[in-house]
Ligand binder design. Sequence first.
Ligand SMILES: Cc1cc2nc3c(=O)[nH]c(=O)nc-3n(C[C@H](O)[C@H](O)[C@H](O)COP(=O)(O)OP(=O)(O)OC[C@H]3O[C@@H](n4cnc5c(N)ncnc54)[C@H](O)[C@@H]3O)c2cc1C
Length: 385
Amino acid sequence: MSTSELHGELRRAVRELCARFPDEYWRGLDAERSYPEAFVKAMTEASFLSALIPEEYGGLGFGVTEASIILEEVNRSGGNAGACHAQMYTMGTLLRHGSEEQKQQYLPKIASGELRLQAFGVTEPNTGSDTTQLRTTATRQGDHYRIRGQKVFISRVEHSDLLLLLARTTPRDQVKKRSEGLSVFLVDLREAVGNGLTVNPFDTMMNHATTALFFDDLEVPAENLIGEEGRGFRYILDGMNAERILIAAECIGDGDWFIERATNYAKSRVVFERPIGQNQGIQFPIARAHVNVRAADLMRFRAAELFDRGEPCGAESNMAKLLAADASWEAANVAIQTHGGYGFAVEYDVERKFRETRLYQVAPISTNLILSYVAEHVLGLPRSY
Ligand SMILES: Cc1cc2nc3c(=O)[nH]c(=O)nc-3n(C[C@H](O)[C@H](O)[C@H](O)COP(=O)(O)OP(=O)(O)OC[C@H]3O[C@@H](n4cnc5c(N)ncnc54)[C@H](O)[C@@H]3O)c2cc1C
């Protein structure tokens, strides 16, 4: 099968699965603020969430290109891949930096769905985007580490068995560079919750199962350290390009969904005795949004291609995420405007998707921080922070 046939088949298979979870499904969950359990189960059973796990560990052994197509199609169908995307990119840290024993222990179970690795704990209330300043500490005591600190906006913890956690193992004043002395741990949430880890869910603008975490002397076995102590920040950075590409693809899916909805509505809504889509004031913003989504999509595939060839792709991955998040947000605004008052009506789903896609201007990395990256690392301008 050629690559384009494979991609076509993959798109068809994901679309078929998503058709079982129509607008009403996502709308109902949004109203109740509940987790798309049945959808995530179906995605797991169809092996889509194990796309990036190598075949020897029971996964599909695909590249980021294919994984991104899977998530794109979820959002393109009107769903929200945010409920399960983390399993794809968090797993990369374990795959690239875990020991063979850890990989044997966890990856086949993650691939089969016996274990979920959907939670990723980096952000803290007091340090935000300045990740290397994080204050959660992990102190080695005999055969375990003792974790103290707080995290915020940690999503899907209540729906995951494992959490990938970034914590400081060497105090900042004892390392040469602030990115040193941080370590990554695989925390077994089934044992941790209630035994040193408190999980406080809180509501956000959209249905995202987000929580604040409080670590009060949580004991994590030393064998759950991933890779070498003190090198965790580098390991997390390694996974960030994949994360950027996958989120970019979700934004492309959103953008196409908004454009399709806006176009269909513009054709069918008749005001002043003609379809509103006959007015250039309605046509042009939709056409422009489409142009911008297509341009962002090229950068997304360029970044994915470089990633899958093992070539440097930091600039392209960041630019893809920025362009795609901007394009989906533009398309979301256009869709609301085209729908007039109905854009605000819950039953049209545009307002839900509008709220959902807005997140990608801020998380997992905000637009400003991407621009800083490009300014400093691509253009050689002085570091601004
Ligand atoms: C729904 C949701 C789910 C999330 N899920 C997770 C998760 O599962 N795991 C996790 O670890 N995190 C998660 N996050 C956190 C997310 O990654 C952060 O919110 C994001 O990285 C920004 O950090 P902050 O909120 O602390 O903003 P801040 O760092 O306080 O930034 C606030 C604003 O200031 C701007 N800013 C900050 N510094 C600069 C600068 N030097 N130059 C220019 N502008 C600057 C930022 O761009 C931003 O617009 C989630 C967030 C949300 C909202």
